[in-house]
Design a protein around this ligand. Structure first.
Ligand code: HEM
Length: 423
């Protein structure tokens, strides 16, 4: 018999068993597991598939605080056990590589200097001027499959759109953009780890970017790479390596995220016919308000970035009442925080006109997504154009049969087969 009041007994009787993380079921629908964690183990120690031990932060209030906590470093040098998995931790930047000293792997004061420099080139004005080009790309991609009456929206639409957009913005000549498409495809297929084909793709991309920066330096243009070369802060410029790492992170951070914003967004809308019809009616009436709030809600409801990128404790600290040791990795689970009932009313309901929607889909604090205005532009153009040009768009097959990528940081579909009346 178990003694009355035994804490182990009372808690195990009251609490349903802990869910298994990182399985197929979890990759398909992680939200029930996140609800359990928020409720029963909000700052949860787990062993990741790579073997690395890390804390998962799942409540909104803790997540927001952790994202802005300067005691949590982005620099993988602060990881207590970098040798633990002999360099196979899957933590980008843990193995020395020039392109990896970018914004998401550094802290102030370096981060402050680099972010200030890139912000001078990557301005909201530049993005706004880019809107007609994004619309043209969106229409051209839809033209490519509209006659067929069917398409895989990931491969034929969500995947090429952001890569061509960011290449155009950076100033990669059109004739070289298919190489970028192939390199990026290699990275997304293999989950971004620096292995085999991925390592080769990163190497090729780096060599290409350094060469391009060289050429632009001789002949400055109106593009973002020229802007990066021109940008100066108190007379200081980016070095060539810093400019290449910056171009790389813009490509890398702006690519798979946007693929998944479009993929997850269309998938969610097709599974919520009433909300989708509401949006189609608003678009037909020329009202773009619901499109703007709707894309934010799609980010909150099933966003592209499931976990924020790595952070490491630089000193012992407490998160949500849990002691975290110096050197421990901390992963902020944006997807869990954005469904927290303490912060969002009816968090599991999709409401395209949700107000008071301060989701964490773009992060928070000094690493807040630099590309958010571009992501919004692409996401809004993609969804509005698809729903307007293919009004009877529907899934070809069952939603439950779709396969999710199951990576650690990102959440996204491998394929999204759809049908529609050919146009
Ligand atoms: C940072 C999300 C699109 C460039 C971030 C972070 C998140 C995020 C969550 C913070 C990560 C952290 O703190 O660990 C998204 C989502 C996108 C998107 C959901 C699409 C829907 C883009 C695009 C670009 C971009 C299109 C650029 C072309 C960046 C950069 C950073 C960043 C450079 C690092 C900023 C810094 O460390 O100061 N993004 N992103 N993102 N994002 Fe995005």
């Amino acid at each position: 018999a178990v003694p009355a009041g035994c804490p182990a007994h009372t808690s195990s009787a009251a609490v349903p068993p802990a869910p298994e993380l990182f399985t197929w079921e979890f990759a398909t629908d992680p939200y029930p597991a996140y609800a359990w964690l928020r409720e029963h183990s909000p700052v949860h120690r787990t062993t990741l598939p790579s073997g690395v031990e890390a804390w998962l932060v799942t409540r909104y209030a803790d997540a927001r605080q952790a994202l802005a906590d300067s005691r949590l470093s982005k620099n993988p040098a602060h990881h207590a056990e970098p040798a633990h998995a002999k360099g196979k931790t899957g933590i980008p930047g843990e193995r020395k590589a020039e392109l990896m000293t970018h914004l998401l792997n550094i802290d102030p004061p370096d981060h402050t200097r680099l972010r200030r420099l890139v912000s001078k080139a990557f301005t909201p004005r530049r993005i706004a001027q880019f809107a007609p080009r994004v619309q043209e790309l969106t229409d051209r991609l839809i033209d490519g499959f509209v006659e067929k009456g069917e398409a895989d929206l990931i491969h034929e639409f969500a995947f090429p759109l952001p890569i061509y957009a960011i290449c155009d913005l950076l100033g990669v000549p059109r004739e070289d953009q298919d190489d970028f498409r192939d390199w990026a495809g290699m990275m997304i297929r293999h989950g971004g780890g620096p292995r085999g084909g991925v390592a080769r793709s990163v190497k090729k991309m780096r060599a290409y970017l350094l060469e391009l920066i060289h050429r632009k330096r001789e002949d400055l243009g109106d593009d973002l790479i020229s802007g990066l070369i021109r940008a100066s802060d108190h007379g200081e410029h980016l070095t060539e390596n810093e400019a290449a790492a910056m171009a790389f992170i813009l490509l890398f951070a702006g690519f798979e995220t946007t693929v998944n914003l479009i993929g997850n967004g269309v998938h969610t809308l097709l599974n919520h016919p009433a909300e989708r019809e509401r949006l189609q009616r608003a678009l037909a009436a020329g009202d773009s308000e619901l499109l703007a709030t709707g894309v934010e809600e799609l980010l909150r409801y099933d966003g592209p970035v499931e976990l924020a990128t790595w952070r490491f404790a630089t000193e012992p600290l407490t998160i949500g009442g849990q002691r975290v040791a110096e050197g421990d990795p901390v992963l902020v689970v944006l997807a869990a925080a954005d469904r927290d009932p303490e912060r969002f009313a009816g968090p599991d309901t999709l409401d395209l006109s949700r107000s008071d929607n301060q989701h964490l889909g773009y992060g928070h604090g000094i690493h807040y997504c630099l590309g958010a205005p571009l992501a919004r532009l692409e996401g809004q153009a993609a969804l509005a154009t698809l729903l307007t040009r293919l009004p009877d768009l529907r899934l070809a097959g069952e939603s439950g049969d779709l396969r999710w990528r199951g990576g650690l940081i990102m959440r996204g579909l491998r394929t999204l087969p759809v049908e529609f009346t050919p146009g």
